[in-house]
Design a protein around this ligand. Structure first.
Ligand code: ATP
Ligand code: MG
Length: 727
């Protein structure tokens, strides 16, 4: 036997090997997290190539993300060398786009068809709404977009959709969908969903195309099969119809994209579709400690109808899952940041640490704390809080209110939400300001030559709202009040609400989070004003303060964590209403949330910490007030956990008067801290590891700067969590 083949099979357990060497015919690998499903796929590709059963060009391997695709390609390359270029290892979308370049002419498109991204798509939908005289306030482009996308993922044409119409809203969608499709085609363009739909059309309508591709891709493999939707399912069916060499891997317990049309039945019914499928179960987990696995299994066992799997590991029992109660979200972030620093002090690389949360908006408090502590971080599959579009919009509204000369702010907000103020109109305002030597604000309320009547009217309405708001700014309104009023009065919030999409809801959550930022600001700065507030957040958003030479901590939503693994994992916000998300509680759809919890817990290799806050949004906001800890926490057997409440567990603090108040910029979350672990500049302290030292500075975020006598080094420590005492 070929030594290389032996080597390839060596790192596999018997069922994994069985799956890797399985020859022709359908193959299903249904197994729990971390059992080597993805590894089996890469080894299987390598094996097929090595044994000469497959040529690289005969392989089509589908992954869920581009990142996963490039990882898979790299791993195969490691196993078989660089003969891999002809393989198709990519996402559904990428594979379809490639197919269509070659054959789109059959559907009446040219090779050069354009792919519309989400923004292009909305622009076209907006045009269709206008052409149909639909009220875009009631039927927003985004709402239409999400309905149309949903229909396409179910392979419903405009005609099919029309058959199912049950409400006036759906009637409107049907009209818009119909026109939108015709316009797309006329523009020789496809949106993202079309890539799949048109590929399916192509394969269904042209036998010779189907024959060509199914002959070409004799070996098809799909990772994360539990998250495929109907159109993807159909596409695979068409491609594998003849040879049936379809190998899929997945885990029904990790199906988390139901809200986007993924259909868990695709994996559950695989054996019905292919009665002769070879089924392999993998039960050994190579990723996590037994404790982490037991915790995850205990949680998922609360879902009825979940296939039971018996995962075991020989990694060892490991440490208990740490569950930590925090006073509020600030204490939570401070704790996580301090833990990151402690781990790094112990020699862990930041790159080994991941922090997960349920919704994007939760990253803000954490980001603030990490920035202040100088901890480098990256957000995978998302944008840093202050770089998110809706946050930038809101900030630019505030900016324009205090800086009437800011043309960039003006252009950003004048047509957001849409008010019919196009690029041309905005340019005219700016040109007018320049030629008359006026501020942009004054120009915008002036009589501008050449402005179309409709644009003039919208501009007038917009500026009269802005003028009203500006009066309140001048009257000294608190920042939070102003922000809330502006989000209402400019129609910004309403436009998002009208969208009725999950994305829009995420944006609204982010804006609520920004409102909380302003509420905290107001509380801490009774004498503050908008200009100063803007300056503060501009400084926070400045990434220069971050050193990334020590690796970056990874932050992401639980959804984005799928398929990944990290030695050390934190999941924050383990509260009912946050996780499980309130929307799922209202809809009685906890099962998908529980699967998401399973995904999150099983990312951890050896160290897992779950935190929750007793209060969240203490300064008000829609989530303000006391919380209930997540039901998922109580589903983990207590003996697997180490639970601690940190409420007033800090040091007793007699005589430790508010020394933070002396620190120039001490923030309220420090002053208001329940732990009472406060230090003064000049105070003698002792650290359990670093020995004696003196406090040389205090910084916001609860950071004490200490110069240590031993080596003369100066270090920044988190006052609450460093093993530091007054001497
Ligand atoms: P998920 O369900 O989270 O996608 P998975 O089933 O795809 O997980 P992999 O990511 O393939 O699991 O494997 C998990 C970890 O276990 C990886 O680090 C992988 O390299 C390792 N692993 C898998 N099988 C073996 C094995 N037989 N020997 C050593 N390590 C293995
Ligand atoms: Mg995997």
């Amino acid at each position: 036997a070929d030594a290389a083949i032996d080597a390839l099979l060596e790192g596999l357990n018997p069922p994994q090997r069985d799956a890797v060497v399985h020859g022709e015919g359908p193959l299903l690998i249904l197994a729990g997290a971390g059992s080597g499903k993805t590894r089996v796929l890469t080894h299987r590709i390598a094996y097929l190539l090595r044994t000469g059963q497959a040529k690289p060009s005969e392989i089509l391997a589908i992954t869920f993300t581009n990142k996963a695709a490039s990882e898979m390609r790299e791993r195969v390359e490691l196993l078989v060398g660089r003969a891999t270029r002809a393989m198709w290892v990519m996402t559904f979308h990428a594979a379809c786009a490639r197919m269509l370049r070659a054959d789109a002419h059959r559907l009446g498109y040219t090779r050069q068809f354009t792919i519309y991204d989400s923004a292009d798509q909305r622009r076209l939908i907006k045009k269709c709404l206008d052409d149909l005289d639909v009220d875009v306030k009631r039927f927003t482009p985004r709402a239409m977009q999400s309905q149309i996308s949903d229909a396409k993922n179910k392979l419903r044409s405009p005609e099919d959709y029309r058959q199912l119409v049950g409400s006036f809203f759906e009637q409107t969608v049907a009209d818009v969908y119909d026109l939108y499709e015709r316009e797309l085609h006329r523009s020789n363009a496809m949106d993202f969903d079309d890539l799949l739909v048109r590929s399916v059309n192509l394969l269904e309508m042209f036998q010779e195309v189907r024959d060509r591709y199914s002959a070409a891709f004799r070996w098809i493999m799909v990772d994360e099969y539990q998250d495929t939707n109907h159109v993807q399912y159909r596409w695979l069916q068409l491609l594998t119809g003849d040879h049936r060499n379809l190998a899929v891997v997945g885990d029904d317990a990790q199906s988390i994209y139901g809200f986007r049309g993924a259909d868990i039945k695709n994996i559950l019914n695989f054996e019905d579709d292919y009665p002769d499928a070879h089924v392999v179960k993998l039960e050994q987990n190579y990723r996590s400690t037994q404790t982490i696995l037991d915790a995850a299994n205990a949680v998922i066992s609360n879902n009825r109808g979940q296939m039971t799997k018996h995962l075991w590991t020989d990694v060892g029992e490991g440490d208990p899952v740490r569950v930590r109660e925090m006073a509020d979200e600030h204490a939570e972030s401070r704790f996580v940041t301090a833990e990151v620093n402690r781990l790094v002090d112990e020699g862990v690389s930041r790159a080994e640490i991941a922090i997960f949360y349920r919704t994007n908006a939760q990253s803000r408090v954490l980001e603030d704390m990490l920035v202040r502590a100088g901890v480098g971080y990256q957000i995978i599959g998302g944008t840093k809080f202050y770089e998110r579009a809706e946050i930038k919009d809101a900030v630019n509204y505030l900016t324009f209110l205090v800086n009437p000369q800011d043309g960039t702010a003006f252009t950003r907000i004048a047509n957001s939400p849409r008010r019919g103020l196009g690029q041309t109109s905005m340019s005219r305002v700016l040109a007018h300001a320049a030629s008359m030597g006026m501020t942009v604000w004054d120009a915008a309320i002036d009589d501008i030559p050449g402005l179309a009547t409709a644009a003039r009217k919208s501009l007038e309405r917009f500026m009269s709202t802005m003028t009203r708001l500006k009066e309140r700014v001048e009257g000294g309104a608190p920042v939070a009040q102003l922000l809330q009023e502006l989000l209402e009065e400019t129609g910004y919030k309403e436009a998002l609400e009208a969208e009725r999409t999950i994305e829009a809801q995420g944006r609204l959550e982010n804006l609520e989070e920004l409102v909380r930022v302003t509420q905290e600001y107001d509380a801490n700065n009774p004498e503050g004003n908008i200009g100063e507030f803007l300056q503060q957040i501009a400084l926070l958003a400045d990434a220069d303060t971050i050193r990334d030479d020590e690796g970056l901590v990874t932050l992401m939503t639980l959804h984005n964590a799928k398929g990944l693994e990290f030695p050390i994992v934190f999941i924050i916000g383990m509260e009912d209403g946050t996780f499980p998300h309130s929307r799922s509680i209202e809809e009685g759809n906890i099962d998908e949330e529980r699967r998401l919890a399973y995904v999150g817990l099983t990312r951890a290799m050896r160290d897992l910490t779950l935190t929750y806050a007793r209060r969240r949004g203490a300064f008000g906001g829609s989530m303000g007030g006391p919380t209930i800890r997540s039901r998922f926490l109580d589903e983990i057997p207590r003996d697997l956990t180490d639970q601690r409440q940190r409420l007033s567990a800090g040091f007793p603090a007699p005589g430790r008067v508010a020394s933070w108040a002396g620190a120039a910029q001490a923030s309220a979350e420090v002053a208001g801290d329940t732990d009472g672990s406060v230090f003064r500049i000049g105070e003698d302290v002792v650290h359990s590891k670093l020995g004696e030292g003196v406090v040389t500075g205090l910084e916001p975020g609860g950071i004490v700067v200490v110069r240590f006598a031993g080596d003369g080094s100066e270090r920044k420590l988190m006052a609450d969590y460093a093993p530091l005492k007054r001497r």
